[in-house]
Ligand binder design. Sequence first.
Ligand code: IPM
Ligand code: MG
Length: 369
Amino acid sequence: MITKKITVIPGDGIGPEVTSSAIRVLDEVASSCGCRFEYQEVPAGGVAIDTCGKALPEETLEAAKASDAVLLGAVGGPKWDGLSGDNRPEAALLGLRKGLGLYANLRLAVLFPQLKDASPLKNELVENGVDIMIVRELTGGIYFGERGLAPSDGTLENGTAKGLEAFDVERYSEAEIDRILKVGFTLAMQRKKNLIVVDKANILETSRLWRKRTAEISKEYPEVSVEFMYVDNASMQLLRRPSSMDVIVTSNMFGDILSDEAGMITGSIGMLPSASLGDPGKPGMYEPVHGSAPDIAGKDMANPLATILSCAMMLRSSLGLPEAADKVEQAVRNVLAAGYRTADIAQGSEEVLGTKAMTEKVLKELRKL
Ligand code: IPM
Ligand code: MG
């Protein structure tokens, strides 16, 4: 029997609820495909600050490294908002990304046909569907560059003393750019063969290097049509013609921003999964795009579907079980088609379920497949 090791990081807020739903789904899948999943639950984020004194304990990173895949709920919450940068729960995310070498973040923004009225965009803009894969570089750029804060001796043009001065550096090497571009091109090949490289090449040197490397790498993927788009324009085009977009590949910060915008377009951030991947064969990390939602934590109100769909990505990309992944996605579609909703995606007439009841519906559909 195939046994796979999954590190589970429930984290904060609704994280524990949605990860325990997802584990039930994984177990159901395991029993039907003759494999076994071993889970090791470890702390990270706010809960780790409270119990171990730091957001990312060494044991957590070690457990993650030694597993086949990592399932993460969410980290953060108002309780830890007063802490400074490196001591915040979010530092755990950056540490896991860097520590596991997860340089490619895949965020899908899909408008489920059953939920198309949930999009805040006019119907005519989304009637052809939305299915955008955002590939965000995740371990480089300004989020990991040199940073500092120091008093400045200088003055403004009018003589006002500058006072404190802070800086954050955006730096990308050719090797870092090439490997993320290849992820983008590969995904484009598996999809509609359209790749948009988002940058700010009219200003930034890093962006100009991204463009140069794109020209080079694209020779290996002659079937993929490439478009360059400035990030400000991309944020508009996402609202104007989301249906025509296929794969977007971009830097860490631009991807952070655009993936939230794209998620909003679908109107159901509670539905969106993500995968963070490193080199092939290394453990990937899978998490819902939504955050820790402290306001509804512990109330059995959270939508577990984003985490369940993240498990589908895990089954496909890290566990080598693509049929199981298809089944999970089909089960989620069937549940939506049957009219079941959690509060965040309910429109009126449908039956609103809590986290546990929604999970039961998915399990029931899975057993039928
Ligand atoms: C995300 C989040 C994180 C990021 C924060 C919490 C550090 O916004 O995963 O998009 O910016 O990467
Ligand atoms: Mg973000």
